[in-house]
Write a protein that binds this ligand. Structure first.
Ligand code: SF4
Length: 605
């Protein structure tokens, strides 16, 4: 096999056993990598109804075949587990350098099972694997932990995936952080790591990933890299302004959710745009491993000094979503969210839920305490005060640490929670892009944009422009195609931002050249479809009720947009969802049929 080692590391933290397992090409051709490997092992080995914080929940860190190669953006890894936020599948992806290093160490994936009774970290140095005590690291932030590990191990070139205090304290939206400011952010994967008392995974590798035909692969990679460099988004807007290039575009198109989706345009958007950040705080951009795009930002503030980020979602979640217009405070809040290790989208969404509960009088000052800053729209003190409190579960931070849905439930205001399947929504109001709304409603990991980025066709014109308010068959089929294609890109080990410039055939070319396979584009997309269906199967077995939960917040279905170009629109989900189930080949109530399971080869579960 090329581009894989065929090796999986299994670590049991309850009894301290470490084992090496293997897989063959047949398995690789069926599941490809990352999300594919993860969902296979979860379905095969775990009861989907387990408590996410119990030792029975497994946690898989998996690379793809292109991770660690020179394919553009080929440095991704993914964390797959049962989410403590949604109760369903979590598959959180991250860039940086950790994924590539894991591959250089000779491993395709790590399965972590059980739970330690004291803090530990895993140290992988090629074949050598040790579980080490991490009591002295418990309580440290992301940067403090990484620096302490570099010092302790005596090697500045180690790569580390870790949790901060938020993960240790089981904040339901805690992230796994790597390379200091890169996050496998969504779904609370960091809290699962905390429940296992696993503070960090340290990796150092010295091998080179072998591809089937080096000359051919190099030439294919060059062709695809050139395509990305020549694309106006991948080679222009993203390197220049980061993902924050979207702030002005999305706001002008009337999809920039403001004050918890009460409005769809923010009056101060320009002041927190990628352009404004570049003019005031940007020092340079920072690419992940093998990335020709380089959307990462390095900023400098008087308060934090040099820091990384924020990207578009974080600027919005900590800004317009909460009515906040102070870019410096947003950058600082993003810095601390990274240091404490939490997902900025869910953090901002939880704070915005609290803001609206406070506005509506359901949450009162006496609930917060005399000293605590009030949840008033635009109050930057909320950012400065609550992030640490959430991470440490102190005072009202303990309630915020449960996430927006559970918070809203505590104060009888679930209609003010803007999320899907208990996960907070990202930065696009779907009343201005209805296919994107269908994507939110049907996403296996709940409120998430990135697993079917319908903003591309509906707003940005990739691969071609679609009317954002068309809800016909073509739109529904495009949502399905984007979901399957994204599963394929994730499983390959690449960044989804490559879709600005590359299409399905380009991924086929790179995979075939690396693996020495001769699969068609359709066969690769079938892998994506298999992964999507297997994740759905996991959710159904975990208790998903599709007709109740494949939905959107009532506001987005019933309250027409108040301002901007989409004024008067809602999401007509009820007209799209039956078609979605039909085109997926599922039953009318959103279940996977026996025939579909057989067709995809997932009837073994
Ligand atoms: S496009 Fe951005 S997030 Fe994706 S790999 Fe490159 S730098 Fe990382």
């Amino acid at each position: 096999m090329f581009a894989y080692w065929g090796k999986i590391l299994r670590v049991n933290l309850t009894d301290g056993t470490i084992k090496e397992e293997t897989f063959d090409e047949k398995f690789a051709k069926k599941w490809l990598g990352t999300r594919g490997f993860g969902i296979y092992y979860l379905l095969k080995e775990m009861d989907p109804t387990v408590d996410p914080f119990s030792p029975e929940n497994k946690m898989i860190f998996a690379t793809g075949p292109l991770t660690g190669t020179t394919a553009p953006t080929g440095g991704r890894y993914m964390v797959i587990t049962k989410s403590p936020l949604t109760g369903y599948i979590a598959m959180a992806n991250s860039g940086g350098f950790f994924g590539a290093e894991l591959k250089f160490a000779g491993w395709d994936a790590i399965i972590v099972e059980g739970a330690s009774d004291h803090p530990v970290y895993l140290y992988i140095n090629d074949e050598s694997v040790e579980i080490r005590d991490a009591s002295h690291l418990w309580g440290k932030t992301s940067t403090e932990t990484e620096e302490a590990l570099k010092e302790e191990i005596g090697d500045k070139r180690i790569r580390v995936a870790l949790i901060g205090p938020a993960g240790e304290n089981l904040v339901r939206f805690a992230a796994v952080m790597n390379d200091e400011h890169r996050a496998a952010g969504r779904g609370g994967v960091g809290a699962v790591m905390g429940s296992k008392k696993l503070k960090a995974i340290v990796v150092r590798g010295h091998k080179r990933v072998e591809v089937a035909d080096r000359a051919k692969f190099t030439s294919v990679v060059k062709e695809k890299t050139d395509k990305l460099r020549n694309d106006p988004t991948a080679g222009g807007g993203l390197p220049k302004y980061g993902t924050a290039v979207l702030v002005n575009i999305i706001n002008q198109n009337g999809l920039y959710p403001t004050r918890n989706f009460q409005y769809s345009q923010f009056e101060y958007a320009e002041e927190q745009s990628g352009e404004a950040m570049a003019a005031k705080y940007l020092i340079r951009n920072k690419p992940c491993y093998a990335c020709p795009i380089g959307c990462g930002r390095v900023n400098k503030l008087p308060t934090t000094g040099v820091t990384e980020g924020p990207e578009y979602e974080s600027i919005w979640a900590l800004g317009a979503h909460n009515g906040i217009n102070d870019l410096a405070s947003i950058i600082e809040a993003n810095h601390w969210a990274d240091e404490y290790g939490m997902d900025t989208i869910s953090l901002g969404g939880t704070l915005a839920t609290a803001m609206e509960l406070y506005e509506k009088g359901l949450l009162k000052q006496e609930d917060l305490g005399e000293e605590a800053p009030p949840f008033r729209w635009g109050n930057t003190e909320v950012l400065h005060y609550y992030i640490e409190k959430i991470a440490k579960r102190e005072g009202f931070g303990d309630k915020l640490a449960e996430g927006g849905y559970r918070l809203a439930e505590m104060y009888n205001g679930t209609e003010y929670f803007m999320g899907v399947k208990k996960q907070e929504l990202p930065a696009y109001d779907p009343r201005g892009a209805e296919g994107h709304g269908l994507g939110y409603a049907t996403n296996n990991r709940g409120g998430c944009h990135i697993k079917q980025y319908m903003i591309s066709p509906e707003i940005l014109g990739y691969p071609y422009k679609m009317d954002p308010h068309d809800i016909g068959d073509e739109k529904v089929k495009m949502v399905i195609l984007f979901q399957d294609l994204t599963a394929l890109i994730d499983a390959a080990g690449l960044c989804v931002f490559t879709t600005f410039g590359l299409g399905a055939d380009d991924y086929r070319d790179m995979l075939n050249a690396a693996l020495g396979w001769d699969l068609s584009t359709e066969e690769y997309l079938k892998i994506g479809e298999r992964i999507w269906n297997a994740e759905r199967l996991f959710n159904l077995r975990a208790g998903l009720d599709p007709l109740k939960e494949d939905t959107l917040p009532k506001r987005l279905l019933e309250e027409p947009v108040r301002n901007g170009p989409n004024k008067g629109h809602v999401v007509r989900l009820h007209l799209m969802l039956p078609k979605y189930y039909k085109f997926r080949g599922w039953t009318e109530d959103g279940k996977i049929t026996e025939e579909k399971m057989k067709e995809l080869g997932i009837d073994e579960f």
